[in-house]
Design a protein around this ligand. Structure first.
Ligand code: XMP
Length: 529
C-alpha cells in the first residue's frame, strides 16, 4: 500500500481532505485555520519547523504558510521545510509566508523599505487561478496589509499577480506548480474578499471537498466516541457553559445512559441558573444529571473571607471536593469527559517555545485526588469556539445558551466585592437578571461581549417617597471585546442605562444606587473581583 493510501484509510473521511497551516508566529495565524474550516475544509496548524515525516503523514491537500513577525533577511530567520515545495501540492504563502517562499525558491526580499499597515488597494495584474473573478472593483481588491519587508525580485517561473504603488509585488504566482503568494492578509475580515480567496485556494486550487460541516462533524465524533468508550461509563462535570453543554449533548447522543453528568451548584450562579440547567439536560434531553446542592457549603467556607485570591482558591478547592465526592459515589466510571477546545490546545502549545501541538494535560476539572484516576475524553479538542457553537445548535441546544456571554468559574464570587454572603448573592442575582433582560430586549446583549452586575458592599443614601433609605450600590459592567485581553466599556445608550437603573432601584428595595462602569481594559480588568 502507498503512503497516501495508508493515510486515506487511517484518516476519517471528513477530515481526509485536509489543509496544513505552518505557523510563523503571526497574530492572525489562528484566523487562517478558522477561515479554512469555515470554508468547510478541515485544517490544522503546526509550528513552521514541523518534521518532514509528520508533514508527509499529515497528507495535506494543500499548505498555507502564515505571516510572522520576523524578517526573512535576518540571519537564522524561520524557513519552511523544503518538503513543502516538493510534495506536489498547492502552497499559499501569506505575508512572511510569501516572503520566505520567494527567498527559498530563488527570489529576493528587501528589508524595511516599506511600511504598509492597515487598509490598502491592490491592483490585480494577472487574474490567475487565485484571483480570477474575485474583485471589489474592476481589477481591484481592498485588503489589509501589515508589513515592513517586501519581495523584491520574483523567483524563476513566477509572475506578478497583484501590486500596490509601494509594493509592486503584492502577490505572485507560479500556476504550473500551484504556488501562490499574497503580501496582504486574506484571513482578516478587513480584506473584503479574503474569505472568497481562501475558499478559492482550498476548494478549487487544492481540490479539497467541503466536508467539514456540523452534521458531518457530529456523525464523525459519535463514531469516534463509541469506538473509544465502548461499553464503559463516562463522567462529565456539567457547568451549563457552552463547552461542557455541547460535550454533554454529543456524548448523550453517542452513548446515552453510559454518561453521568455532575452539576455542582455552588450558590454563586445567576438567577434560576441551577434549575434551568436541570430542566434542560435532565428534563428536555433526558440525561442522567446529578445536582450537587453545595450552596451552603460554599457559603460557609467563604464566611469572613475578603481577599479575592483567597476567595478564588476556596471556590476552586470546594468545587473539586464536591465533584470528587459525587464521583466516588458512582461505580465503575472509566472516563472523564472535558470540554477542552482547540484554542486551549494551541495556546498551551504556543507557550512551550512556539511548538504547536505539544499536548498539555489540560484539566478543566483541575487536579482531582489520586484515587480518582480517569482516562480523558475530549471530543472538542480540535474545534474552535464558533465550531463548537454550530455543533451545539445542530445538536438542538437553545440559541440563548449557545451565544451566552462568558461566565467565570468562581461565578458571583468575583462579582461580590469583599465577603460573599447569601443576602448579597440574592440581591446581585436579581439586579443582574434585570440588566440582562433589558439588554436582550433592546438588542444590546449581542452587541456586547460581556455584561453583568457587580455588588458593592457599601451603603448609600437614597430617598423613597417621603422617607430615606440607606441601601446597597450596584455597578453595571458591559464591555466590547473580541479576545477579552483588551476591552472597551460598551457605549450603551443613556436611555437604556436609565431604564435599567430605574428598574433595579424600584424593584429591589435593598438597592439605593446604580453606577455604570466606564473603565476600559487595560488598565482596569473586566471583572471587579
Ligand atoms: P479579566 O477580569 O481578567 O477577565 O479582565 C477576562 C475574562 O476572563 C473571565 N474570567 C474567568 N473565567 N474562570 C473563568 O472561566 C475564572 O476564574 C475567570 N476569571 C475571569 C472574565 O469573566 C472575562 O471574560
Amino acid at each position: 500500500m502507498t503512503q497516501a493510501a495508508a493515510n486515506s484509510s487511517a484518516v476519517p473521511t471528513i477530515s481526509q481532505d485536509r489543509i496544513l497551516i505552518l505557523d510563523f508566529g503571526s497574530q492572525y495565524s489562528q484566523l487562517i485555520a478558522r477561515r479554512v474550516r469555515e470554508a468547510g475544509v478541515y485544517s490544522e496548524m503546526y509550528a513552521y519547523d514541523m518534521d518532514e515525516a509528520d508533514i508527509r503523514a499529515f497528507n495535506p491537500k494543500g499548505i498555507i504558510l502564515s505571516g510572522g513577525p520576523e524578517s526573512v533577511t535576518a540571519d537564522a530567520s524561520p524557513r519552511a521545510p523544503e518538503i513543502v515545495f516538493n510534495l506536489g501540492v498547492p502552497v499559499l504563502g501569506i505575508c512572511y509566508g510569501m516572503q520566505t517562499m520567494a527567498a527559498q525558491l530563488g527570489g529576493s526580499v528587501e528589508n524595511g523599505l516599506v511600511h504598509e499597515f492597515g487598509r490598502a488597494d491592490v491592483t490585480i495584474q494577472a487574474a490567475d487561478a487565485l484571483f480570477a473573478g474575485i474583485e471589489d472593483e474592476p481589477n481591484k481588491l481592498h485588503v489589509w496589509m501589515s508589513h515592513g519587508d517586501k519581495v523584491n525580485t520574483l523567483p524563476p517561473q513566477f509572475v506578478v499577480s497583484a501590486s500596490t504603488p509601494t509594493c509592486p509585488i503584492a502577490a505572485m504566482s507560479d500556476v504550473s506548480r500551484q504556488f501562490f503568494g499574497v503580501q496582504f492578509h486574506p484571513e482578516v475580515t478587513h480584506t473584503n474578499q479574503g474569505e472568497a480567496l481562501l475558499k478559492r485556494f482550498v476548494l478549487d486550487i487544492c481540490g479539497a471537498r467541503g466536508l467539514w460541516t456540523p452534521e458531518h462533524i457530529i456523525d464523525l465524533r459519535i463514531e469516534q466516541l463509541r469506538k473509544q468508550i465502548g461499553l464503559e461509563k463516562v463522567l462529565l462535570g456539567l457547568s451549563g457553559g457552552v463547552d461542557s453543554s455541547v460535550v454533554a449533548a454529543l456524548l448523550h447522543r453517542a452513548i446515552g445512559d453510559q454518561l453521568t453528568c455532575v452539576f455542582v451548584d455552588n450558590g454563586l450562579l445567576r438567577l434560576n441558573e441551577g434549575d434551568d440547567v436541570m430542566t434542560m439536560f435532565a428534563g428536555d434531553h433526558g440525561m442522567k444529571v446529578i445536582r450537587a446542592n453545595a450552596q451552603e457549603r460554599f457559603l460557609s467556607e467563604l464566611t469572613g473571607v475578603t481577599d479575592p485570591e483567597a476567595k478564588r482558591k476556596i471556590i476552586g478547592r470546594v468545587f473539586i471536593e464536591v465533584f470528587a465526592e459525587e464521583a466516588r459515589k458512582l461505580d465503575g466510571v472509566k472516563f472523564l469527559a472535558q470540554g477542552t477546545i482547540y484554542p486551549d490546545v494551541i495556546e498551551s502549545a504556543a507557550s512551550k517555545q512556539g511548538k504547536a501541538h505539544v499536548i498539555k494535560s489540560h484539566h478543566n476539572v483541575g487536579g482531582l485526588p489520586d484515587d480518582l484516576d480517569f482516562d480523558l475524553v475530549e471530543p472538542l479538542r480540535d474545534l474552535f469556539k464558533d465550531e463548537v457553537r454550530k455543533l451545539g445548535t445542530t445538536l438542538g441546544l437553545p440559541h440563548a445558551m449557545i451565544y451566552r456571554h462568558p461566565f467565570p468559574g468562581p461565578g458571583l464570587g468575583v462579582r461580590i466585592l469583599g465577603e460573599v454572603k447569601q443576602e448579597y448573592a440574592d440581591i446581585l442575582r436579581r439586579a443582574d437578571a434585570i440588566f440582562m433582560e433589558e439588554l436582550r430586549r433592546s438588542g444590546w446583549y449581542d452587541k456586547t461581549a460581556q455584561a453583568f452586575a457587580v455588588f458593592q458592599p457599601i451603603k448609600s443614601v437614597g430617598v423613597v417617597g417621603d422617607g430615606r433609605r440607606y441601601a446597597w450600590v450596584i455597578a453595571l459592567r458591559a464591555v466590547e471585546t473580541v479576545d477579552f485581553m483588551t476591552a472597551r466599556f460598551a457605549h450603551l445608550p443613556y436611555d437604556l442605562v436609565e431604564i435599567i437603573s430605574n428598574r433595579i432601584m424600584n424593584e429591589i428595595a435593598e438597592v439605593s444606587r446604580v453606577v455604570y462602569d466606564v473603565s476600559s481594559k487595560p488598565p482596569a480588568t473586566i471583572e471587579w473581583e
